[in-house]
Design a protein around this ligand. Sequence first.
Ligand code: ADP
Ligand code: ZN
Length: 215
Amino acid sequence: MKNLILLGPPGSGKGTQAERITAKYGIPAISTGDIFRKNIADGTELGKKAKAYMDKGELVPDELVVGLVADRLSEDDTKGGYLLDGFPRTIVQADALERVLTERGERIDGVIYINTPRDELIRRISGRRVCEVCGKTYNTGSFAPKVAGVCDHCDGKIVQRNDDTEATAKNRVDVYNEQTMPLVDYYRGKGLLSEFDGMIPVGDIFTGIEKLLGE
Ligand code: ADP
Ligand code: ZN
């Protein structure tokens, strides 16, 4: 398995598993959310357009996403495989991805799906905090930093993402159910889907992923 997709609702722990997969298997994680946040921080045109949607918890329009990912996938570090985190998020994006890959004689080898119930998602997202400097995530409930407000790793300031408020979180989960959930059947139908229970401990989910990807 080489080219992977990480699929699951916001708050399912995709980012955490992506970090572990990257560390163990040495493939880059490509997070469209991170790319947009970087563009917002850098004040680019794309960032300005994306921010309006992200702050409301809506999806950025497909035409702004697909080209971006196609470009990213033509960079050299993806030659040995990659993990797409947060893309595709609609059937239109999934079809576009397939076209781009087919043209290049490539394909998706597997989809890791982390299934998590709605109530838990909203609880986790509203409690999520992130280091402004290194991006490490914390949670007010389950995973607080040693010193309040300060990153354990880099002493950076810990903040709440703009779109992690409870109201926006609810909208993001609804948007996920409507627009992204259909991808579960889409990839199951292609025989690519491996499903994991997002309620079990992070380490146990990763153990399952290791079984799938090999030691
Ligand atoms: P989460 O998985 O916690 O929602 P992400 O960082 O993946 O966080 O995404 C944050 C926001 O970025 C989304 O709510 C959406 O507005 C935008 N976004 C990210 N990826 C996509 C995508 N593939 N298509 C459309 N919008 C996206
Ligand atoms: Zn940090």
